[in-house]
Design a protein around this ligand. Structure first.
Ligand code: 5AD
Length: 362
């Protein structure tokens, strides 16, 4: 079928999505042009900033793709002090970010849960409730999600990684701590608690097919998700998946697929927030700007204190390891403008999808 015919549809089948994911040259240009216009017509050209604070790389999980997995004895473990986290949050506030993301390895011990709760309250207090807080701290109980929500966090990111159960099993250890259904259930719990809920997948994993990616897009739509962060899978030599690196597409192809996934998702879900992720930038210095120009509308500059930046290494060649927060903020603002978008300062930048969904429900 012609790209033009597919783009005019109101609902898309898996075969349509496969055609769009595979398209090239003038068809690709048409797809990208269409979703850029769709983004601008639905959300305008504004980009929401989230200051990303990587609070710790200590993790109880052992995901086979991830550089900070528990069994990686090569990783130098760190945990930011409360003072450092709060200073980074204040930096974000003073530099008009509007919101922050607290991301870190997964931990479920009571001391950790309480510490996060107190940090959320303190950051809200110091910013006169002004700073929005997104969490990305993995699988937790409903009680913990609720405590953190009540403390003032209002968005949560938890990627499904892949919607294919078989593939999920291949890239995680075979034990109850790493079950697809637990992950899925956590996403539902987050929605139930009232969070704006974000999820996403890795693109170009070993054993993953274009059919799987089309299913991922349908999954995101079916879950009625508010925000998505997804990006190319990048190999890391100290992880078990490294041994399958000969099965991978070249990195440039993974980047291309990543951009196509973002463009297709904008087509399916015009009013959600879609992040231009760091993994895109790891392959191409302009990867995030390319994503913004075809449908993404959120960017998460790293504002972790420089001393610990090098240790939160989920994958190799992670960019921005040596660039201070001020320098990277300035450079980013410039390149965002070049990609035809505008930063919206001091805004929480909530997902329009969430606002419309809650209005409908309430
Ligand atoms: N390549 C790309 N993304 C990765 N993540 C973890 N390891 C990798 C990797 N090797 C992503 C996962 C996780 C998020 C925090 O980082 O999707 O959910």
């Amino acid at each position: 079928m012609e790209i033009e015919t597919i783009l005019k549809k109101k609902e898309w089948e898996k075969t349509d999505l496969i055609t769009l994911l595979n398209c090239r040259d003038s068809a690709e240009e048409e797809l990208f042009r269409h979703t850029r216009q769709l983004r601008n017509a639905t959300l305008g050209n504004s980009v929401h900033m989230r200051g990303l604070i990587e609070i710790s790389n200590i993790c109880i999980k052992d995901c086979l793709y991830c550089g900070i997995r528990k069994s990686n004895s090569q990783a130098q473990r760190y945990q930011l002090e409360d003072r450092e986290i709060i200073e980074a949050a204040v930096f974000a506030y003073q530099n008009h970010y509007g919101s922050i993301v607290l991301q870190g390895g997964e931990r479920t011990d009571p001391g950790f849960i309480l510490r996060i709760e107190n940090l959320i309250k303190e950051i809200k207090r110091l910013s006169g409730q002004g700073l929005g807080i997104t969490l990305s701290l993995g699988e937790q109980t409903e009680e913990t999600y609720q405590r953190w929500f009540d403390a003032g966090a209002h968005r949560y990111l938890l990627r499904i990684e892949t919607s294919n159960k078989e593939l999920y099993r291949k890239i995680h250890p075979d034990n109850p701590q790493h079950h697809f259904h637990t992950r899925l259930n956590c996403i539902r719990l987050l929605q139930h608690c009232g969070y704006q809920t974000g999820t996403g997948v890795m693109i170009g994993l070993p054993f993953q097919t274009v059919e799987d990616l089309a299913d991922d897009l349908l999954f995101l739509k079916e879950m009625d998700i508010d925000m998505v962060g997804m990006g190319p899978y990048l190999e890391h030599r100290d992880t078990p998946l490294w041994s399958y690196r000969n099965l991978l597409l070249p990195q440039t192809e993974r980047l291309r697929l990543g951009l196509h996934m973002i463009s297709c998702l904008r087509l399916l879900m015009p009013d959600i927030n879609i992040a231009a992720t760091t993994a895109l930038q790891a392959i191409d210095p302009q990867g995030r700007e390319q994503a913004l120009s075809i449908g993404a509308n959120v960017i998460m500059p790293n504002i972790t204190p420089l001393g610990n930046r090098g240790n939160y290494r989920l994958y190799e060649n992670k960019p921005g390891m040596d660039e201070g927060a001020e320098e990277s903020t300035r450079r980013l603002a410039e390149s965002i403008r070049k990609s035809g978008c505008e930063i919206q300062p001091d805004a929480w930048g909530d997902s329009l999808h969430f606002e419309l969904r809650t209005k409908k429900e309430g």
